[in-house]
Design a protein around this ligand. Structure first.
Ligand code: SAM
Length: 260
């Protein structure tokens, strides 16, 4: 993947979480307990250089924990996904680029008779096509559209739609002849407008899966769903490909198709 999930809008790799710095131990002297000597102020450039070259040596206990963490993440498929830079499981099968808790829930509750709509196509389109009756996806990025279109099976239909805020893209589910949908996934662009237009394209028991629902700029959309009778199930955790925790939420109403 050339882009990161974190901010595919900016194309930037998400920053690694800041490492906790441990101070150097000073030996006590015969004159009394260890006392830190006053140091001359360092320039920002000097500090940055120092940080990259003097990485603290991990203790044997740290290494043991790191090994356990590696094995756990490997079993989850995260190591495979991180190395491949693609949202895949331990066996290389495509995964939706949402949090692992959300994937686990959907994996257990999606039924083969469901029809799904996706704003933003990708490996998720391949994943849904194996589990649902049909998948309809809208994609604004031509190169990505062509790449995914070449891989999807017959029960998946991919549409390329130019991105225009509050335009055709966000109305693609509402205008689709395949509606109403059991599941609508919001994971592309213009997400607030996609949410506002998605409600009319859902079955009465239909649900909305919204990735990165923790982003502040999506609040008008998540609030709109709640004001329209949806409950929100935030599924926070690690996910494929990225070294951080984020949130995927499922919005549902009573008697919904996922049994929530
Ligand atoms: C975060 S991706 C998620 C796509 C999909 N729902 C999934 O879970 O795999 C959202 C958007 O990023 C863009 N995108 C992702 N990877 C890309 C790539 N390698 N090159 C170009 N666009 C990419 C696509 O436009 C896509 O609609």
């Amino acid at each position: 993947m050339a882009m990161t999930k974190a901010e595919s809008d900016t194309g930037e790799e998400p920053k690694a979480p800041a490492r906790k710095k441990r101070g150097k131990r000073r030996a006590a002297t015969k004159d009394g307990p260890a006392v830190a000597k006053a140091k001359p102020a360092e320039s920002t450039a000097a500090k940055a250089e120092k940080k990259t070259v003097t990485d603290e040596k991990p203790s044997p206990a740290d290494l043991e924990v790191a090994k356990e963490a590696f094995n756990a993440l490997d079993a989850l498929g995260w190591i495979t996904s991180r190395k491949a830079k693609r949202p895949i499981d331990a066996d290389g099968n495509p995964l939706p680029w949402i949090t692992y808790p959300a994937i686990a829930l959907l994996e257990r509750r999606v039924k083969p008779n469901m029809n799904v709509f996706e704003f933003g196509s990708g490996f998720s389109t391949l994943w849904w096509s194996k589990r649902a009756q049909s998948v309809t996806a809208v994609e604004h990025h031509v190169g990505w559209y062509e790449r995914i279109k070449g891989q999807v099976p017959d029960n998946a239909t991919l549409h390329h739609v130019e991105l225009q805020e509050d335009g055709e893209y966000c109305r693609a589910a509402a205008q689709s002849p395949e509606k109403p949908f059991h599941v609508i996934v919001i994971d592309g662009r213009d997400r607030v407008n996609c949410a506002k237009n998605a409600i009319s394209a859902l079955r009465p028991g239909g649900v909305i899966v919204w990735d990165n629902s923790d982003r502040k700029r999506y609040r008008p959309g998540t609030r709109h769903l709640v004001q329209n009778g949806f409950k929100r199930l935030p599924l926070v955790g690690f996910g494929p490909r990225l070294s951080r925790v984020w949130e995927t939420s499922i919005f549902y109403r009573p008697d919904n198709c996922l049994g929530l």
